[in-house]
Design a protein around this ligand. Sequence first.
Ligand code: GTP
Ligand code: MG
Length: 451
Amino acid sequence: MAFEGLAERLQGTLQKIKGKGKISEADVKEMMREVRYALLEADVNLKVVKEFVKNVSDRAVGQDVMKSLTPGQQVVKIVKDELTELMGGEQSQISFSTRPPTVIMMVGLQGAGKTTTTGKLANVLRKKYNKKPLLVAADIYRPAAVQQLQTIGKQLSLPVFALGTDISPVEIVKQAIEQAKEEHHDVVIIDTAGRLHIDETLMQELKDIRAIKEPDEVFLVVDAMTGQDAVNVANNFNEAIGITGVVLTKLDGDTRGGAALSIRSVTQKPIKFVGMGEKMDALEPFHPERMASRILGMGDMMSLIEKAQANVDEERAKELEEKFRTQSFTFDDFLEQIGQVKQMGPLDEILKMLPGAGKIKGLENAKVDEKQMDRVEAIIYSMTTQEKTTPEILNGPRKKRIAKGSGTSIQDINRLLKQFEDMKKMMKQMTNMQQKGKKKMKMPGLDSLFK
Ligand SMILES: Nc1nc2c(ncn2[C@@H]2O[C@H](COP(=O)(O)OP(=O)(O)OP(=O)(O)O)[C@@H](O)[C@H]2O)c(=O)[nH]1
Ligand SMILES: [Mg+2]
C-alpha cells in the first residue's frame, strides 16, 4: 500500500496534538519536527518539505488558532489544507481542443507506463467523456511496442493507428491526425518511445512530433516508485519540451509517496491521473483533497461512494435503503450485498477508504479474510427461504443442518447471526443519522469479517 509509512507517522503525530485544549509554540515546533521527519522519510523533496513546514507553522501559531476552543483540531485541519495545496489544490481537468481532434501526447522514460496508460486513458475518455479516441503507435524503437499497443486496442475494442517500424514517428503522427479527421475521431492519443535516460535525440523527436499540431495535452508518465527521480525527470522533460500534466503510475505499489507530494510544487504542473494497477480500468483522476484525506487517515468517502455507484444499480440501491429503514432486510439481501462488495475490487483497498479504517483491529495489515465471505455465502445458501427471512427460527437442529450443508460450524453460524444483527443495527443508526444529522457513526460487526 502506498504512503504507508508517511500515513502512519503523520497520523501518530497529529493524534498527539489533536485532543489538546491548549497549544504552545513549543508544541507546534515539536510537532513540526516530526512532520518534517515523516516527509523526508517519504522521500519528499527537501525544498518542498521546508516550505510546507514553514507554511503550516506560520498558520498554526497564529492567534486565532492558539486562542480557539479546539486548537488541536485546527492544527490538524491546517496540515490537511496545506497537504492538499501542496498536491495542487483543485482537481485539474483535461483540456480538449475546440477544433477536434484533441491531441494528447504521452511521454516519459522507459517502462514508466506510457503504453498502458495510453489504453487506460482512452478507456476513460470513451466511458466518462463520450469521446471516440484513436490510439497512435509512434514507438518504432522497442521491439514489439507497436504490437503491445495493438493488443491493448483489441482488448478495449478501440482502433490503433500503426504503420509498422520503418516509417518515422513524425510521419506516423501526421498521417494519424489526418485519418482521425477523416474518420471523425475527436481525440488522438500518441504513444511515444521511452528512453533509459533523457537524451538529445529523444527530445528532438518529441519536439518534432509536437510541431505537427500543437498538442492540447502533453502528459508525462512517471513511475511513483522512483520517488525523487520522478521529480527530476518531470523537471527535465518540462524544461526540454514542456509538459501540461503528469500521470503518476504504480501508485498501487509500495511507494513512499515522495513523488506525489513533490511534483506539483517543483514543476508547477498538476498530477492529472494516477495509475492504480495493471488493468485497463485502473486509472483514476487525481484529487488532491481526497489524497490528503487518505494520507491523514480521514478516509476517502467520496471515492468509495463513486466506486460503489459504478457497481450498483441505483434502483436496487433505493430498494435496499427502504428495506434498511423498514427493517425488512433479509439474508438474501445480505448475500446480494456481499456480491456487490466483491465486485468493487479487493476488499482491503476498499476498506482503507473508510475514515479511521486504519484503526480497526486487524486491518492495519490489510489481511481481509475473503474466505470468511465465502463461508458466509455458503451458510446463507444452505438456509431455507423461511430461515432467510425470519432468522429468529434458527434453533439448534436447524443450525446443525446448515453447518453440515455448508461445511461450517455452529460457531460460524452464530457469528454470522450476530453480524447480521449488528449490521441491521448499524443501518438503523445510519438512517437515523441521515434524518437527525450528527450523531457518531459506529460500525459494529465490521471487524468480524477480519481475522
Ligand atoms: N502495478 C502497476 N503497474 C503498471 C501501472 N502502469 C503500468 N504498469 C506496468 O508497468 C509496465 C510497463 O508499462 P508500459 O506501459 O509498457 O510502459 P512504457 O512506458 O510504455 O514502456 P516503454 O514503451 O518500454 O518505454 C507494464 O508491466 C505495466 O503493466 C500501474 O499503474 N500499476
Ligand atoms: Mg511503451
